[in-house]
Design a protein around this ligand. Structure first.
Ligand SMILES: Nc1ncnc2c1ncn2[C@@H]1O[C@H](COP(=O)(O)OP(=O)(O)OP(=O)(O)O)[C@@H](O)[C@H]1O
Length: 312
């Protein structure tokens, strides 16, 4: 495909299950070499969207191209060029790491199978475990093996559905190092996640809530478009403070983070004016703060729940 063309270019794609719209006219572009993060609460349609991209589900409306191939008519070409890591990927617990990869390589009819499996084991740092039964690996190494299995047929695009769910922080960091190394080689990745720190590692992010794409862009764009200003109050009694701030004009959102309460509003003047009387309370230290993705996503969700147009 044309190297400058987006790897994913979809327009208005929808999926309806039993009369319920699960993905609602979603349009999105992912550029080559990009790590694109896909966030949203459980059941918002992230998996359904990924499955439409890799041809496992057919969109009920809309269409587009994945790696330059048509989503509706060239599904086989797409499938052979993408690596899909499903949320509940399955490995054979009673096969070794090498046997698992060899088996997957046979299924994909990978040419020079033995050589490719050996190279993949080396590339993914799996040598120390090559002879070990997959069922005895730690969660992080199982994840690594599942990623290795997606790479055997040398895909151009990875679709990773919550690849680090339930994995400890060190293993998550290692996993991201691998993803960076792969994208440095020109592979693109669309990754769904619930972790905010992972969202911040992506070149661009999108937030999906119950089928609707609420925002997409770089973290800076998403934050700036939200128009939110944030103050943080730190102290021990922040739950009580949060309760007192409820319904105060200009305060649209409060989120506790440990001993900090983040307080947000889109009218920064009104927010400051409303907070001023609380700032004389010596139990708290007050600080203006950069708005983060988490504040933006929660605010968008709240607006959507209140029936806003969700177009921010
Ligand atoms: N094959 C199916 N038949 C009917 N409903 C389905 C099917 N697959 C998914 N759904 C429903 O579609 C909605 C979206 O599910 P989906 O798995 O795409 O969300 P998700 O954002 O990936 O959630 P999670 O973060 O929990 O993985 C859910 O309400 C789910 O129950």
């Amino acid at each position: 495909m044309n190297n400058s063309a987006p790897v994913i270019e979809v327009e208005g794609i929808s999926k309806i299950f039993s009369g319920k719209t699960v993905v609602n006219r979603l349009s999105l572009q992912v550029e080559r070499g990009e790590i694109f993060g896909f966030l949203g609460p459980n059941g918002s349609g992230k998996t359904t969207f990924l499955r439409m991209l890799c041809g496992l589900l057919r969109p009920d409306a809309g269409g587009g191209r994945c790696l330059g191939y048509d989503l509706l008519s060239e599904v086989e070409k797409i499938r052979s060029r993408i690596g899909y890591m499903a949320q509940h990927f399955s490995l054979y617990d009673d096969l070794s790491v090498r046997e698992n990869l060899d088996f997957m390589a046979r299924i994909y009819a990978v040419p020079k199978r033995r050589q490719v499996v050996a190279e993949t084991i080396e590339q993914m740092g799996l040598e120390p475990f090559a002879g070990q039964l997959a069922g005895t690996l730690s969660g992080g190494w199982k994840q690594r093996l599942a990623l290795a299995a997606c790479l055997l047929h040398q895909p151009e695009l990875l679709l990773l559905d919550e690849p680090t769910a339930g994995v400890d922080p060190m293993a998550r960091r290692d996993f991201w190092e691998q993803v960076y190394a792969l994208t440095a080689q020109g592979i693109s990745a669309l990754i769904s996640t619930h972790y905010m720190d992972e969202a911040e590692r992506c070149n661009r992010v999108a937030y999906l809530a119950y089928g609707d794409l609420l925002t997409a862009g770089t973290a800076e764009e998403v934050v700036s478009r939200s128009g939110l200003s944030t103050w943080a109050a730190s102290g021990l009694d922040i739950q009580e403070l949060a309760a007192r701030l409820k319904g105060v004009p200009g305060i649209e959102l409060t989120i506790p983070f440990g001993n900090n309460l983040h307080i947000c509003g889109t009218d920064s003047g009104q927010l400051e004016q409303s907070l001023r009387p609380f700032m004389s309370d010596e139990r708290f230290r007050w600080q203006k703060q950069e708005t983060g993705l988490e504040e933006v996503f929660i605010s968008l969700m709240n607006r959507q729940a209140r029936g806003g147009d969700g177009s921010h």
